[in-house]
Design a protein around this ligand. Structure first.
Ligand code: XMP
Length: 506
């Protein structure tokens, strides 16, 4: 069964992705469609409703982003900010150029229609132009002191516009308004993890055919694990799962990946222990970018060396998520040259790409993973960089230094859990620095390396803030690390936000 779909036509608004997210949170599948390709898409594909996003331009400018509204004739429609102005401009109302931008929280003085459903009068405004006259047949449904037409609608035609932004959390009742639109548009909220799985399984079977084989590189992270689980559900052992242990995972993680695969995926995993190869290649290397490059290259060599085992694969499954698709604005399946996780693949691998998670946000991937029966420790795993601990070890990466960082990291994350301080953390880890400082232990002077602890909260890794961990927990972790981890005599906590720092140290 095809689920209902809403196209969110993007006019370049900074919050468009949030509209898509909010609709999905309401159980309605929605997809972002750039305005420039909207006409072509709408001619091929008819959605169940459309939302017109905000945007930085003025509908009165020459060459402003536009949409031929006859293409969405008869469809329920919600215009937000620029979207509402476009509706007014194109449907016989009037938009006026503003002298000043209106930006910030405002109170609706009057509201009716869809806006009556907001649980609060407060709304977030960010616009220049204003609608001065609504199109024929439309009623004004919201006003503020400075914006007399902050909402308009023709309920009979199921067409609505709001000048404010219901998709941002600054509009406390925003989700109520979107929910009211969902109801008015007759959308049933049929977008569930179960439906997604059913559709993808069918899709994968169709793409791969009766005999095709898919190479699935898994890292133990949530995206590749969910992807592998989906493929195995669709095509069983023809999903050839490969795990490369580069020796740069956290303590016990490599064993955990193999064990979980054994338990949940019936041993469907080729695990290659390549620690020596990676440590050999990284010996003496200290530059962060060179480390990354070496690790990428050696992944490819592992595939080359195991060509016989992996031969016969026609497809490569990649764990691309929807935010990557939105950012790259790219199109679908193509013969691949590069793989964002494993670098350039060798030529003999004439693989076609499949990306079963390319429509999902991270939290949706986690929900799918739960429905597929993956264990919490896999589904809730923190994001972890592809080059692993190599980017958390400043200076040379050696097996001994990896063991140091693994032990410190283990103590830190275990104590966070023991004290319930892990909740809400995006990433937490220990890094090892390549400077030394003086300390004293027993009667001995020491001259050893410091460990840095880092724990951040974040929405999407683009920005991040240090987490306020209780001081007693930090003290306990510091004490345990200097007592239990050889070679460490000092522990620091990184308080820097991103920007100006980054989440990782390299
Ligand atoms: P930064 O350090 O740039 O990291 O703030 C943002 C997010 O990306 C992860 N990260 C990486 N992931 N390969 C990856 O697959 C990498 O080279 C890499 N570097 C950083 C980081 O863990 C954080 O989630």
């Amino acid at each position: 069964m095809q689920h209902q779909r809403v196209f969110v036509i993007d006019f370049g608004g900074q919050y468009t992705q949030l509209i898509v997210r909010r609709m999905r949170e309401l159980g309605v599948y929605s997809e972002m469609v750039p305005w420039m390709s909207a006409a072509e898409r709408l001619q091929k594909d008819r959605p169940d409703a459309v939302i017109l996003s905000g945007g930085p331009r003025s509908v009165l400018e020459d060459g402003a982003p536009d949409l031929d509204l006859s293409l969405v004739d008869g469809l329920p429609m919600l215009g937000i900010c620029y979207g509402m102005q476009l509706m007014a401009h194109r449907l016989g109302g009037r938009v006026e150029k503003a002298h000043d931008r209106e930006y910030g929280l405002r109170n609706l003085s009057e509201r009716s229609g869809l806006s009556a459903r907001l649980s609060s009068d407060q709304v977030w405004m960010s616009h220049g132009d204003q609608v001065r006259e609504v199109p024929p047949g439309y009623l004004v449904t919201a006003s503020t002191e400075s914006c007399p037409i902050a909402g308009m609608e023709d309920a009979a035609q199921r067409r609505f516009g709001v000048q404010y932004h219901p998709e941002v959390t600054h509009t406390p009742g925003g989700k109520d308004l979107l929910k009211a639109f969902v109801e008015a548009a007759g959308l049933t909220g049929d977008w569930t993890a179960e439906n997604f799985i059913e559709e993808q399984v069918a899709q994968i079977r169709q793409t791969v055919g009766e005999y095709g084989k898919v190479l699935c590189a898994v890292s133990g992270g949530v995206d590749s694990s969910v992807m592998a689980a989906l493929l195995i559900r669709a095509i069983g052992p023809r999903a050839v799962c490969v795990f490369v242990n580069h020796g740069l995972l956290r303590k016990g993680e490599a064993e955990q990946v193999v064990e979980t695969f054994g338990r949940h995926f019936h041993g469907n995993l080729h695990a290659f222990d390549e620690r020596e190869r990676f440590f050999g290649a990284l010996a003496g290397v200290t530059d962060p970018e060179t480390k990354r490059k070496i690790i990428g290259e050696h992944f490819v060599r592992v595939f080359e060396d195991h060509a016989q085992e992996l031969a016969g694969c026609d497809f490569l499954a990649q764990g691309t998520l929807y935010p990557d698709v939105i950012e790259s604005g790219s199109s679908t399946a193509a013969k691949i040259k590069t793989h964002h996780n494993v670098g350039g693949l060798p030529d003999w691998m004439q693989l076609k790409l499949i990306e079963p998670l390319r429509w999902l946000f991270k939290d949706e991937v986690r929900a799918v993973g739960r429905v597929l029966g993956l264990p919490e420790e896999m589904v809730d795993r923190e994001p972890f960089p592809g080059p692993g601990l190599a980017v958390r070890i400043l200076g040379e990466v050696t097996p001994e230094r990896v063991a140091t960082v693994q032990d410190a990291d283990w103590i830190f994350r275990t104590e966070l859990r023991n004290h319930g301080a892990h909740v809400g953390i995006w990433q937490s880890y220990a890094a090892l620095l390549d400077v030394r400082s003086v300390g004293v232990m027993g009667d001995e002077r020491t001259y050893m390396h410091p460990i840095v602890l880092r724990a951040v909260e974040s929405e999407d890794a683009m920005t991040a803030r240090a987490v306020k961990i209780p001081f007693e927990v930090l003290e306990l972790v510091a004490r345990r690390i200097v007592n239990e981890v050889p070679g460490v005599n000092r522990v620091l906590y990184d308080l820097t936000s991103k920007p100006p720092a980054t989440i990782e140290w390299e």
